[in-house]
Design a protein around this ligand. Sequence first.
Ligand code: SAM
Length: 300
Amino acid sequence: MSGAVLYGAPAPGLVEVPAGALQVSPLTPGSADLAGMADGSIDAAVVLAPGGTLERDAVLAQALRVLRPGGVLTALAPKDKGGSRLRKSLEAFGVTVAEDARRHHRFCRVVRPQAVVGLEAAIAAGAPRIVPALGFWSQPGVFSWDRLDPGSALLLQALPPLAGEGADLGCGVGVLAARVLASPAVTRLTGVELDRRAVECARRNLDDPRVTLRWADARQAGLEGLDFVVMNPPFHDGGAEDRDLGVAFVRAAAAMLRKGGTCWLVANRHLPYEAPLREAFASVDVRAEGGGYKVFEARR
Ligand SMILES: C[S@@+](CC[C@H](N)C(=O)[O-])C[C@H]1O[C@@H](n2cnc3c(N)ncnc32)[C@H](O)[C@@H]1O
């Protein structure tokens, strides 16, 4: 193979992306996986580097691994989300970095030398593994990868045994799904998740014939007539975009449920989900509250 790869979705005009570059971000359903590409098989790579150290170093190492000697890596990141550490991360691989800054981002350009160091170790440090604190397969970069999220923990405390056919929207590595499946009255569960790495971990964590996993956008999951939905909708820093995403999850859940079906949802208390829940559902009750989170049971 030759050509270019693109990791992530830089804002339009932020960086030059070679025409026809193949998307390799795990957050783009259907994209290719850098890990499956041969050493030295790519001419150019543009990487919008993720913020987490282990994840970032593993992605940069994979990009350098697949680049041919003489190929060019352009790595960029917002200054306050790992951008200021980008150069150091790259230099640890024994490469020479040309750095510049614009539009609140750092840009690092590397011409891949013949010899690089430390790629295998960085790739191994970012690989999936069983995380003892979770008791699940997980991987740096997936949501709350090495600890139970407090919102999910509150939902787990409040969640009663469910029955029938349901979905876990944004299922991550399957923490909520595993609990749902503990009820023998559950006949079928579809986990929908945008992050391929999480889907692959969930596949290992949820070895159950009742489970179907989809690497897809939950807003377009095309499910209907369900008895229940569970979810801890995606949120980040409470930005407008994230609130809209959470509201879209609420509406998608309502559209998937049969009349009388229930949605169990946890959300940060400050996120305004109550109004959209009341619009989309016949009844809404708060079933638990604590640590800045609220658990709702909403009935269609
Ligand atoms: C708050 S986390 C919850 C994960 C898991 N359910 C748990 O409780 O640990 C939200 C999840 O939604 C996923 N996600 C974000 N946007 C999504 C979308 N449009 N469709 C499906 N999943 C999405 C994220 O990758 C993340 O795994």
